[in-house]
Design a binder for this molecule. Structure first.
Ligand code: FE
Ligand code: FE
Length: 210
């Protein structure tokens, strides 16, 4: 890393993006790497819109799935070896661990020391109550980036993301809850906590899709 932690500064050059991209391109298959790039530029666009530090958004977007290529066994082993705390839910749903292990790898393998970036990676899958701007940007970019095509309401969510980020986060959490309601055992309790928070903190008079 050349320079670090110049939060809210546009002169923060950040890590060696080319080196990180090359490394991820080798680890991730084509589809996943395209998703990685999609999240990166979508996070950058949202950062421009909402005045978030671009380098932080770019770094977090690029590295958000840096542990996703690991198998369930590898994720569990890394967590155990590195003393990363694992919830009962994560033990039963190992793929979710890629967020926590990803935050760890971003620090030790990619040299990212900015805690706000590591936290944005940590929470990108489930979300959580009262996220920082950077956390909301990465969470949203992961869901709406241009390679995504299966989730409902993507057109509306993509427009909403640039108009009202909190409402967009709320809608994504609601869609996720509705999707997982078919299989309640797959629902991370943190997603429900996040949804409850954003439902009570966003404008309830706003129009909904359903
Ligand atoms: Fe992910
Ligand atoms: Fe992702």
């Amino acid at each position: 890393m050349k320079k670090q932690n110049e939060t809210n500064s546009t002169v923060n050059n950040g890590p060696d993006f080319t080196a990180i991209e090359q490394r991820l391109a080798k680890l991730q298959n084509g589809r996943r790497f395209q998703h990685t790039l999609g999240v990166t530029y979508t996070a950058c666009a949202l950062a421009m819109r909402y005045g978030c530090d671009l380098t932080q958004a770019r770094t977090a977007g690029l590295l958000h799935d840096c542990a996703k290529h690991l198998s369930g066994i590898e994720l569990r082993e890394t967590a155990t070896r590195r003393h990363i705390s694992v919830t009962q839910f994560e033990r039963e749903h190992t793929p979710l661990l890629h967020a926590k292990v990803g935050a760890y790898l971003a620090r030790v393998d990619y040299g990212i020391t900015d805690l706000s970036i590591l936290e944005a990676i940590r929470w990108h899958t489930t979300g959580k109550p009262d996220m920082t701007l950077l956390e909301k940007i990465v969470f949203t970019a992961d869901y709406i980036e241009p390679n995504r095509d299966r989730a409902p309401h993507l057109t509306e969510l993509r427009e909403l993301a640039f108009r009202d980020l909190d409402r967009c986060v709320c809608e994504i959490l609601r869609d996720t809850r509705n999707y997982l309601a078919r299989n309640p055992k797959a629902m991370d309790p943190m997603t429900l906590d996040a949804l409850a928070y954003y439902e009570s903190h966003t404008d309830s008079t706003a129009e909904e899709e359903e």
